[in-house]
Design a protein around this ligand. Structure first.
Ligand code: CTP
Length: 444
């Protein structure tokens, strides 16, 4: 019999009051239905590590969908169900999401000889998970509230900081877990248990990635590139020979060589620089890293990667466009010296921030980096002081010419030719004399 540990005081120390109240509520609703309800997975792992985790995954022994409907009713929230998987999502009035899954015995068929009869459904649910550190549960029903469910001595692996699969077929069933193993290992500075590392090497030998038609691969790759510092994980992917599946055209660089590492570090520098300056602005770091990795490849290679990993078309189009445009601009910037600010502005203005940071990452010349950083911090926000309204007040008739005039003025502003409102007005009057305007430029 497992010794049962209670996490009540840990929860009080580590979770917010509203979160504890929510967990209690879930437990009460579970009793009403009645089902057994558990918080599982990353939530429990991070609670034991005293780390923040904003995802809540619930597993119920019983009908998860019925439970979700009932819970949504009691919390005044909405729900969405996936009947096929017996899962549901409850959306709270404040936007918080709770994922609910059903633990039911008949769903699991194991090729491995498992004496299923002696397993409760939560036990089997946990056994099917990726790693021991993610295979614990906390019961929420009021009588057992806070009881840690740990069938496989997972606490010990967490203490030993080890990433360990629960059974030998884990990567065969879901090869995307290879990326997860690497991500968790590097994020938390854990180590892979030798047997688990061996299973990964076997899975790679068996070419489990051969058919990549599984959206989970891309999700996991994206998650790796979104980590605080993805570089150690990228190096680890190379160690495990995963590049041959991910970026086969990088063959000469299957190992993370110096040049490759240099580009990654430059991407990281650009991202860190931007984050420091614009804390609150969104930037999809994963895009910068992905573009940087493909920095020396053709756009078609990136497109093929997206196809292989079932990246949604809209995302693919954006990635490919950013790459093509950024590569072109990076080339132009490197070839031409002494560009005017206004020229730099029009070259860069169509790129997203991810594309801009990518240009910084691949640029070899410091002048190019400087141009982009200047654009991001100064020019991007540049605007003329006068507007169409002012042009009308000066006697010009609104029309397509306004755009040309104001763009011209913006150039002058970027290049330091005008610096005040009165200079802008003079600039317009000198360059577009009212008595000398093409057709519709003049105000009757
Ligand atoms: N899981 C799994 N196999 C996968 C993906 C997920 O077994 N391929 C299980 C794990 O038990 C995991 C849980 O589903 O804990 C939730 O998955 P997810 O939200 O992706 O991960 P977290 O563990 O919450 O990690 P993160 O901190 O990255 O959100």
């Amino acid at each position: 019999l497992e010794r049962k540990r209670n996490l009540n005081s840990l929860m009080i120390d580590c979770l917010t009051k509203p979160m504890i109240q929510l967990l209690q509520k879930i437990g009460e609703v579970a009793d009403e239905v009645p089902v057994n309800a558990f918080a599982v997975g990353g939530f429990v792992r991070d609670l034991l590590l005293k780390k923040r985790n904003l995802d809540l995954d619930i597993v119920v022994e019983g009908n998860g969908i019925e439970f979700a409907k009932h819970l949504a009713g009691r919390l005044g929230g909405r729900y969405r169900t996936h009947e096929r998987f017996s899962t549901a999502m409850v959306l709270m009035p404040d936007g918080f999401k709770i994922d609910i899954a059903t633990a039911r015995l008949e769903y699991y068929e194991y090729p491995a000889a498992l004496p299923t009869v002696e397993l409760s459904s939560i036990k089997l649910d946990l056994y099917r998970r990726d790693f021991t550190i993610n295979a614990m549960a906390v019961q929420l029903n009021p009588q057992q509230f806070g009881t840690l469910i740990d069938f496989f001595n997972c606490q010990n692996d967490l203490k030993q900081k080890e990433i360990k699969v629960l059974h030998n077929l884990s990567f065969v069933e879901d090869p995307s877990r290879i990326f997860r193993a690497i991500r968790f290992e590097k994020r938390m500075s854990f180590t892979m248990a030798p047997h688990t590392a061996r299973l990964i090497r076997n899975a790679v030998k068996m070419q489990l990635f051969g058919k990549a038609a599984d959206t989970r691969f891309f999700s996991e790759i994206r998650l790796i590139f979104s980590e605080e510092n993805p570089i150690p994980a990228i190096q680890r992917m190379a160690d495990f020979n995963l590049f041959q599946f991910l970026w086969p055209d990088l063959k000469p660089h299957l190992k993370v060589d110096r040049r490759f590492l240099h580009i990654l570090l430059q991407a990281q520098r650009a991202i860190d620089w931007y984050r420091l300056l614009y804390l609150k602005e969104e930037c999809d770091n994963w895009i910068v890293y992905l573009l940087a990795i493909m920095g020396r490849s053709k756009a078609e290679v990136l497109e093929a990667f997206c196809k292989r990993f079932l990246v949604p078309q809209k995302i693919t189009d954006n990635l490919v466009w950013q790459k093509m445009h950024a590569d072109k601009v990076a080339n132009l910037l490197a070839r031409r010296n002494a560009l005017r600010n206004s020229e730099i502005y029009w070259l860069l203005q169509d790129l997203d921030i991810e594309g801009l940071l990518y240009v910084m990452a691949i640029a070899r010349k410091s002048t190019v980096k400087k141009a982009v950083s200047n654009y991001v911090t100064e020019m991007r926000q540049a605007a003329t002081l006068i507007s169409g309204r002012d042009l009308m007040a000066l006697g010009y008739e609104p029309g397509p010419a306004f755009k040309i005039m104001l763009n011209d003025l913006l150039d002058a502003r970027l290049d330091g030719i005008v610096t005040s409102k009165s200079e802008e007005i003079t600039f317009i009057q000198e360059n577009y004399p009212l008595n000398n305007l093409p057709e519709n430029g003049r105000n009757a």
